[in-house]
Structures are given as C-alpha cells and as structure tokens.
Design a protein around this ligand. Structure first.
Ligand SMILES: [Fe+2]
Ligand SMILES: [Fe+2]
Length: 190
C-alpha cells in the first residue's frame, strides 16, 4: 500500500510544520538566559526536529518523497495572533498550538484503515507532544505571579480564538486534501 496524493500532502504539511516549530523554538532557546525554561525549550526544539525527521523517514518508507511546501501552519498562526511580545506570550501561544497539534494527530490516528507506519509515527510523536503541553503549562503557571493570573488567562483566550480561526481557515482552504481526515465515517460515504 502506498500513499495517496492527499496523504502525501498532509504528511508533508506535518513535516513542514514540525520544521517550523523546531526553528522557532530553536531560535528562542538560543536567546534565553540560563534556567529551567532554557533547559526545557532546548529539549522541545530538539524533539520537533526529530519529528520532522520521523515524517521524512515515514514518507520515504512508504515510497515517496516529502513535498516542498510554501507555507506551514505556524505562518498563519503568527499572522492571526500577532507576534508574542514576551516569554509569557510565547508560552501561551505555544500551549494553544501544542494542544492543536495533539488534537490533530489524535484525529489522524483514529482514522480507519490507517497505514501502520503512519500510526506508529504519530504514536511516537504524541509521546513527546504530551510532554510539550505539560512543561509549557507548568512554566506558564510559574509566570502567573509575575504577570497576573487574569492576564495570563486573557492571553490564552486571545490565542485560542486565533487558533480556532486559523484552523477553520486551513480546513476550508485545503478541504479537498483534508477531506479524508473528517473521520472514519467519511470512508463509508459514496
Ligand atoms: Fe512535534
Ligand atoms: Fe510539540
């Protein structure tokens, strides 16, 4: 069984987004002062780089080559949400984004007839993504004293709204490509 065009597109899109994530967090990790956030963010960016490699390897094993895509999910994200201005905002947007990633991978994992290679790749990546959500949530809670709980919550709300907007937009734009992700029921349709 080999990849359909739509699957190849989606897996390539995941790969590009993982690369973007790695570059974004890598730049931040380079700029941060010594401390726990510097420590965890360094592991985080290394994970995202690995994820891009897992997708590259998975696509290769399924007999294809990743597509070169002009944009990744994060490009729209920063446009809709605005550039984060401080560490708290960076962590808030990251938390919202990582939740979206887990959600998307879980949705994909639940597809009926999923190729085992793709399932194994998502399963392996999800282990790391769960840790990403966990450390960022904890780091953000630590910042509540400095920034105020209300302010942190309002920031999260703002990013969640932007996230919903971007996700809906992306789904609409790539409707045909992503149609197979709408769920197992889709496969039964004529
Ligand atoms: Fe990732
Ligand atoms: Fe992640």
């Amino acid at each position: 069984m080999s990849l359909s065009d739509d699957e190849l597109f989606v897996l390539s899109y995941y790969r590009s987004s993982e690369i973007n994530g790695s570059l974004f967090f890598g730049r931040l990790a380079r700029a941060l002062r010594p401390g726990p956030v510097q420590h965890d963010l360094t592991r985080h960016f290394a994970d995202e780089a690995q994820h891009a490699w897992y997708w590259t390897r998975c696509i290769d094993a399924l007999g294809a080559r990743p597509l070169k895509l002009a944009e990744a999910y994060q490009d729209r994200y920063l446009e809709a949400a605005g550039l984060p201005l401080n560490l708290m905002e960076v962590l808030a947007i990251t938390l919202v984004f990582e939740r979206r990633v887990i959600n998307q991978y879980a949705k994909h994992l639940a597809l009926r007839g999923l190729h085992p290679q793709i399932g194994a790749t998502i399963g392996r990546i999800m282990e790391d993504e769960r840790w990403h959500v966990q450390w960022v949530r904890e780091a953000l809670a630590d910042l509540e004293q400095r920034f105020g709980k209300d302010h942190v919550e309002a920031t999260l709300r703002r990013y969640r709204e932007a996230d919903r907007e971007v996700y809906a937009e992306t789904l609409a734009e790539y409707e045909e490509r992503l149609g197979f992700l709408s769920g197992p029921a889709q496969e039964a349709a004529p």
